[in-house]
Design a binder for this molecule. Structure first.
Ligand code: GLA
Length: 409
C-alpha cells in the first residue's frame, strides 16, 4: 500500500489490486456502483471511533478523549450535472432514486437521511453541488457504539467536497456532519464523534474541549492495548433515550444557572454547586448533573495520567467513569456491567467502560499488551453465555487513520 498527498493534505491511499482493505469493501462498492451505468466513481473512507473517557460530556460543554479505529465507512461517489440523487448501500436492501429539488422528509428516508442530510448542509454552506450517485458500505456494526453514523457523515462530506473541488477544512467537515445529524436526521448528539472521525490521527487520542473546540493529540504509547468487547446486545431506544438525557441536562443546567446566567454549560459547574442545588434539581436531574461534573474531573486527571505514563491511574479513572455512567447517568445495561466487571478481573487489565452512548453495544477495556489473551477470552465468553445466552466478540483494537481517498487503480 502506498500513500501520496492529495489536495486537502489528507493521504491518498493506493491499493494494489486484490488487497483486502476493509474486507474488500472498496471493491464491492465499485462493483455495486457499476449498475448505475454512470462513469467511474471516486472512493473515500472515514473511521469510526471509541471514546476512552469523557462520557456524555460533548453536548454538556466538557472534554472528550476519542480514538479513531480501523473500521469505518467507505463511499463510492460520482457527482451528476442534474438534480437526481441515486443511493445504494451494501448494508441495506432499500435503494433510493430521488429528485434533489423535491426531497421527502428524513422520516421517510431511512438510512438515506444521513447522506442526504450532509448534502443539504453542504449546499446550505454554499458549496456548488447538484445531484450524485453514491454507494456506501462499511465494517462498523450499526448500534455497536463505534459511531457508524458519524463516520458515514464525515466520509460523505469529504467525498462531496473533494469531488466538487472545494477546500476541505477538517473542523468544518466535522461540523457539517454534526449539523446534518442534529438538523435533518434529528439526533441531538454532541460534536465528539464527527471530530474523532475527521481529525483523528493513528496511535493518538484526540483531547477535545467541546465548548471551545480546542484540541490536541495525545500519544497512546506502546504499553497500552485497547480491547473492544461486543455485548451483541443491540442498543435499544437509543434515539429517544439519548435525546432524553440531552433534555435532562438542559433542565439541570436551567436549575443550576439561576443566579449565574453567564454559565452556559453543565460541565462548567462544580460538584459543590450540584450538591448545593440537590433539592431544586430533584433525584434524577441531580444524578445526571453529578455524572457530568465528576466526569469533567475524571477526564482532566485521566489525560494527565496518560501523559505521565501512569496507566494504572488512567485505567482506574476509566473504570470509575463506567460506574458513574451506570449509577448516575443510567446509560448502561446488565450485559455491559457484567463484561466490565468480568474483563477487569484479568491480571493486567487496567480498566473498562462502555463506549459510545451506552444502552448496549460495545465496551472498551485497557490492558497491558498481551494480558487478555485467548484463554481469558474463552473463560469470559463462557460465563457471559451462561448468564445472558449471548456470544461475546473481543477485538484487539487496530488504531485507525484519518479520513482519506482510496485509489483502486
Ligand atoms: C453518542 C453521541 C456523542 C456522545 C456519546 C456519549 O455517541 O453521538 O455525541 O454524546 O454518545 O459520550
Amino acid at each position: 500500500m502506498s500513500e501520496s498527498p492529495s489536495r486537502n493534505g489528507q493521504a491518498k491511499l493506493s491499493l494494489p489490486s486484490g488487497e483486502k482493505v476493509g474486507g474488500g469493501i472498496p471493491w464491492k462498492l465499485k462493483e455495486a456502483f457499476a449498475s448505475f451505468g454512470s462513469s467511474g466513481p471516486r472512493l473515500f473512507f472515514a473511521p469510526g471511533r471509541i471514546n476512552l473517557i469523557g462520557a456524555h460530556l460533548d453536548y454538556n460543554g466538557g472534554s472528550v478523549l476519542p480514538v479513531p479505529i480501523q473500521q469505518g465507512t467507505y463511499a463510492a461517489i460520482a457527482l451528476r450535472k442534474d438534480h437526481r440523487i441515486r443511493l445504494k448501500s451494501l448494508d441495506f436492501v432499500e435503494e433510493f432514486d430521488l429528485d434533489g429539488k423535491a426531497l421527502p422528509p428524513a422520516s421517510q428516508l431511512g438510512w438515506a437521511a444521513y447522506p442526504i442530510g450532509v448534502w443539504l448542509e453542504a449546499r446550505e454552506m454554499g458549496h456548488p453541488l447538484m445531484g450524485f450517485d453514491l454507494v456506501l458500505g462499511g465494517d462498523l456494526k450499526r448500534g455497536s457504539g463505534l459511531s457508524s453514523s458519524a463516520s458515514l457523515e464525515v466520509v460523505m462530506g469529504l467525498a462531496l467536497l473533494e469531488c466538487a473541488e472545494q477546500c476541505v477544512d477538517l473542523e468544518e467537515l466535522a461540523m457539517l456532519g454534526f449539523r446534518a445529524e442534529n438538523g435533518f436526521v434529528g439526533v441531538k448528539c454532541g460534536i465528539m464523534d464527527q471530530f474523532a472521525s475527521a481529525l483523528g490521527q493513528s496511535g493518538k487520542a484526540l483531547y477535545l474541549n467541546c465548548a471551545t473546540r480546542e484540541h490536541r493529540h495525545v500519544p497512546l504509547g506502546e504499553d497500552l492495548e485497547i480491547l473492544v468487547l461486543d455485548t451483541h446486545k443491540p442498543r435499544e431506544l437509543v434515539g429517544s433515550e439519548f435525546n432524553l438525557r440531552v433534555e435532562q441536562c438542559h433542565e439541570a443546567l436551567a436549575v443550576l444557572r439561576v443566579g449565574t446566567p453567564e454559565i452556559g454549560h453543565l460541565a462548567a459547574f462544580s460538584l459543590e454547586d450540584v450538591e448545593r442545588a440537590r433539592a431544586e434539581l430533584g433525584a434524577v436531574l441531580f444524578k445526571r448533573a453529578r455524572h457530568v461534573v465528576t466526569e469533567v474531573d475524571r477526564i482532566e486527571r485521566a489525560v494527565g495520567a496518560l501523559e505521565r505514563g501512569d496507566l494504572e491511574e488512567f485505567g482506574s479513572l476509566v473504570y470509575a467513569s463506567h460506574q458513574s455512567c451506570r449509577d448516575d447517568y443510567e446509560v448502561s445495561c446488565p450485559e455491559l456491567d457484567f463484561l466490565v466487571e468480568g474483563v477487569c478481573q484479568a491480571d493486567g487489565v487496567l480498566g473498562a467502560r462502555l463506549t459510545g452512548a451506552g444502552f448496549g453495544g460495545c465496551l472498551i477495556a485497557l490492558a497491558r499488551p498481551g494480558a487478555f489473551g485467548r484463554e481469558e477470552e474463552r473463560r469470559l465468553a463462557g460465563a457471559y453465555d451462561r448468564a445472558f445466552g449471548r456470544p461475546l466478540t473481543v477485538q484487539h483494537l487496530q488504531l485507525g487513520a484519518a479520513p482519506h481517498e482510496l485509489d483502486l487503480g
